[in-house]
Write a protein that binds this ligand. Sequence first.
Ligand code: URA
Length: 234
Amino acid sequence: MPEDPVKELRQLVVSLGEWLKYQRRLGRLGEPKKAGPRSQEQAPVINLFPNLTEIRAELGDCRRCKLAARRTHIVFGDGASRAALMFSGEGPGEEEDLQGLPFVGAAGQLLNNLLNKLGLKREEVYIANVVKCRPLGNRDPEADEITACLPFLKKQINAIRPQVIVTLGRIATQALLDTKTPLTRLRGQWQRYRQIPVMPTFHPSYLLRFPKERHKTWEDMQRVMEFLVAHEEI
Ligand code: URA
């Protein structure tokens, strides 16, 4: 037992107050969160991790893997820096490589439609990929490419701190969850990346090829929306 618990508690409060002042001086502390959906302005902003701008700067003109040689643009990510809902695909395709934005090709159109049907705007969520440069011919990213790039997706997650992550397809799901379990066994079942709930679902490209499976991703997204609504994040 401390000698004087009241004195010790007071000291703790003073230290916490000093720490909060320090964080405010660094611009890392916003106003306390009010009830209702989190917005860019209202978000509680205690986050000691690098922000998205800092992470993009660290990525620089990346040459960490062989994908760099043939890329047009690095496709870093797109959307709200404090999004409650974050998506990760596997890597940019041709159109994404040309525009420097994730999911802007045919698969992106399907993802946009899904978001619309859920009543979400693309700019309200954050969309990224495991690898930031296009694997030519739309092949799967290789293990060394994933190893080089995955730390940046993880940093993006730390910066955004979403309430839910939706992994699109096998590559994103297995890479983020660090597992070899087949997507068919993970899809539609809540997983966790650190403390963050993860909902693995089908990749939109797969759904373009197998439209009959779309209802499964729709069901997965219903569960995500239920979770977000229950936590007042949407
Ligand atoms: N497929 C992906 O996995 N990501 C994109 O950005 C586009 C297509």
